[in-house]
Design a protein around this ligand. Structure first.
Ligand code: ZN
Length: 158
């Protein structure tokens, strides 16, 4: 089903705005974790820096990258959402976002998604799904690595 015109315009505005002026762009000096992800089919790359606070919550998340507008905008939008999140909130948002862009599964917290829900348009373009989820896969990896290196990490379901 095509998006209504007003939603399509909003989608383009949001993507363009975030890809031109990415939020939380840059590196963290002493990160807990740094991961690199790429999407060879489109040429997208991302470097993600993740810092957890003493309670294991996301204190800071920053990224650098290059590639298509969707990959970079998605990383920027994700970074905005993740600052200050607990890891369980982060995992839920990752799962919900995957549902938005693949159309598979059920969304558990629509409100938390906010403007990320606009990216449901990529469902029709399987190659674009990889662009949209690149940063999110990198964050999953970063969380896994951060937990592996932290003695006091909260237990996570396997
Ligand atoms: Zn791409």
């Amino acid at each position: 089903m095509p998006l209504p015109d007003d939603l399509r315009d909003l989608y383009q505005q949001v993507i363009l705005d975030h890809s031109r002026r990415p939020r939380h762009h840059g590196r963290i000096e002493a990160p807990c974790t740094h991961v690199h992800g790429d999407n060879p089919t489109c040429g997208d790359e991302i470097d993600l820096w993740l810092k957890l606070d003493a309670n294991g919550n996301i204190e800071q998340l920053k990224f650098e990258g290059q590639g298509c507008a969707i990959s970079q905008a998605s990383a920027s939008m994700m970074s905005v959402k993740m600052q200050g999140s607990s890891q369980s909130q982060a995992r839920q948002l990752i799962a919900d976002f995957r549902t938005v862009v693949t159309g598979e599964g059920n969304i558990s917290d629509e409100d938390a998604l906010g403007e990320l829900a606009l990216l449901e348009g990529v469902q029709k373009f399987p190659q674009r799904v990889k662009c949209a989820t690149l940063a999110w896969r990198a964050l999953e990896q970063a969380l896994a690595e951060a937990n592996g290196s932290q003695a006091a990490a909260p237990a996570t379901p396997s």
